[in-house]
Design a protein around this ligand. Structure first.
Ligand SMILES: Nc1ncnc2c1ncn2[C@@H]1O[C@H](COP(=O)(O)OP(=O)(O)OP(=O)(O)O)[C@@H](O)[C@H]1O
Ligand SMILES: [Mg+2]
Length: 544
């Protein structure tokens, strides 16, 4: 039987964003049992780090995972951050698209207002249980249970009670199902290890299901440079953004709205814009801005010559720290690290790329795909990070992977990038990382970003190339030296027979010649011989 519009549209319904993500939880990173567990820890730990950094507190985070059977685990993450006021706690943990970060131009790990509520929803749909939050802000201390009303995307806060606390901080705990703890390259342990390496000021205590507590002490007692909150640059926004800003503005005139809301817009620049969009009354109320007018203004923005966006808004990991991190993880023979100068993408969003290459040791061996979430990890020897958060999944879809694979590694002495003992590390810092999915595991392939990653890797590659050619040259010299030394005695006696001169003297002269030519190798071998002799002399004679 055929349906008509009336019968079809009996099924017409409106759904909340929570319902959408309940049905598509894989988009938030909840696919695969190991990955789902890492996602929960990643969301909570990133939030704790952001909160501590914004409050200027050296972060101390504890993570506990306890197995409760049947793919169920009790998880607790606690921090010493500023806590959350009671009136905001419900929305922070149980309204998708609510938070203190989405609307700001400030380099932070979170930027969507989805992560924490996503965890609450995942607990709810896998165990039917609420999450429990304990918060101490210094002014108030409370604990409560929180669930999401999935139909309305609104929080349900229950069992609110006063809590006893000595210092500020937030603790969130819950029972989660459909997850699995595994010590694989994309499991929680690896995630925390790499988080600590990118955040040397962080102290983490981790209790895995085995109960054996591990501590990752901080290696720096100072907070990193605080990222500065900036206003958006006119070149970084589109028509829709401009409409949104204008309609929310508290300015009385369009001209003052432009000056107050965007960076680099001065009274002079407003006058320049006026000449370009004569038909728009810049004295009108910004709430009355129409789409066509916003479109014209955005076009005019592109014609004005602006000073670039403020570049000191960014906070990087730092060359020294990356070097230490790569040495710690990979135990390589050589590391080269480069921090590029900040650049801009989409015309107005500042970002900066840091890159490192490690060669030898365990480089190239790490992070191979294994475990049951194998399909997500195609990472091989490319270690990715964005705003100091390790990216463990969705590698094939990421600007970092794309850039690293497009480098002509042969030029830098690497004949086969996939096979040789080489690993690359990339961190991108920005006030807005253009992730290609809500799960925030891959960076979109924006041209300027891909280009900068390539340049950073090429900078490191040139330094690596000098090292590799030095090593190869030395190996060549060593093999020549060995070859000559193998024949020197025979050659001396042959020459003695031909010339009638003393073989010993010829041998001495030849050795002098070899010493002169292969001085470094000769000296090194002599040094080793002397050390060996000393060691033999120092050894007590066992027969005596
Ligand atoms: N440990 C914490 N301490 C203080 N505030 C927190 C903490 N965890 C979460 N919040 C608050 O709750 C809000 C919502 O967190 P959530 O993880 O959902 O979003 P986000 O971090 O803003 O963005 P993203 O979805 O990208 O993670 C945050 O913006 C922050 O204001
Ligand atoms: Mg978050």
């Amino acid at each position: 039987m055929q349906s008509n519009a009336d019968t079809i549209f009996k099924e017409f319904k409106e759904h909340s964003i929570s319902e959408f993500f309940r049905k598509n939880s894989q988009m938030l990173g909840y696919s695969g049992k190991v990955r789902s567990l890492t996602t929960i820890i990643h969301e909570y730990v990133s939030n704790s780090l952001d909160a501590c950094e914004e409050a200027g507190i050296l972060p101390e985070i504890s993570v506990l995972i306890r197995e409760e059977g049947d793919e169920k685990y009790f998880i607790k993450v606690a921090d010493n951050g500023p806590g959350i006021p009671a009136k905001h706690v419900g929305k922070a943990f149980a309204t998708i698209l609510a938070g203190t970060k989405f609307h700001r131009y400030l380099q932070q790990r979170g930027q969507q207002g989805i992560g924490a509520a996503g965890c609450t929803m995942y607990a709810q749909i896998t165990t039917g249980r609420p999450i429990h939050v304990r918060s101490c802000t210094g002014k108030e201390s409370f604990e409560c249970d929180i669930t999401i009303d999935i139909k309305t995307n609104k929080p349900l806060v229950t069992n609110m009670a006063k809590a006893e606390c000595n210092s500020s901080g937030l603790e969130v705990s819950g029972l989660f199902g459909g997850i699995k703890y595994e010590e694989s390259d994309h499991g929680v342990y690896e995630y925390l290890k790499r988080t600590v390496l990118s955040n040397p000021h962080l102290y983490i205590r981790f209790t895995p299901p085995s109960g054996k507590e591990v501590s990752f002490p901080r290696s720096i007692d100072e907070m990193p440079k605080r990222p500065k909150e900036i206003k958006p640059h006119p070149l970084g926004i589109g028509t829709n953004d401009l409409m949104e800003f204008a309609h929310k503005s508290e300015s009385r005139k369009l001209s003052s709205f432009l000056e107050e809301s965007f960076s680099r817009v001065t009274a002079n620049k407003v006058n320049e814009l006026k000449q370009l969009v004569r038909e728009i009354d810049l004295e009108k109320d910004p709430h009355d801005l129409k789409w066509e007018e916003a479109e014209k203004l955005v076009k005019a923005f592109k014609e004005v010559k602006w000073i670039g966006p403020e570049l000191d808004a960014l906070s990087t990991i730092g060359e020294k720290q990356i070097e230490i991190a790569m040495k710690n993880i990979l135990n390589p023979k050589f590391v080269s690290v480069v921090e590029r100068k900040p650049k801009v993408f989409k015309g107005g969003i500042p970002f900066v790329v840091e890159a490192g290459i490690a060669y030898g040791g365990d480089a190239g061996k790490q992070l191979s795909a294994k475990g049951e979430d194998e399909q997500h990890v195609v990472e091989g020897n490319i270690i990715r990070s964005a705003n100091k958060v390790p990216l463990l999944f969705d590698a094939s879809n990421c600007a970092i992977t794309e850039a690293a694979k497009s480098i002509q590694w042969k030029r830098y002495g690497i004949a086969n990038f996939e096979e040789e003992p080489v690993s690359v590390f990339i961190n991108i810092s920005s006030v807005y990382i253009p992730y290609s999915g809500v799960g925030k595991q891959a960076v979109a392939q924006e041209d300027e970003i891909v280009e900068e990653i390539k340049l950073a890797l090429m900078d490191c590659g040139r330094i690596l190339q000098r090292y590799i050619s030095g090593v190869r040259n030395k190996e060549l010299q060593e093999s020549r030296y060995k070859m000559i030394m193998r024949y020197v005695n025979q050659l001396s006696s042959d020459l003695s027979e031909i010339t009638g001169k003393d073989a010993k003297e010829i041998n001495r002269q030849l050795n002098l010649l070899i010493e002169k030519r292969y001085k470094d190798i000769f000296d090194a071998e002599k040094g080793e011989d002397a050390q060996e002799k000393k060691a033999v002399e120092a050894e007590p004679d066992s027969e005596e």
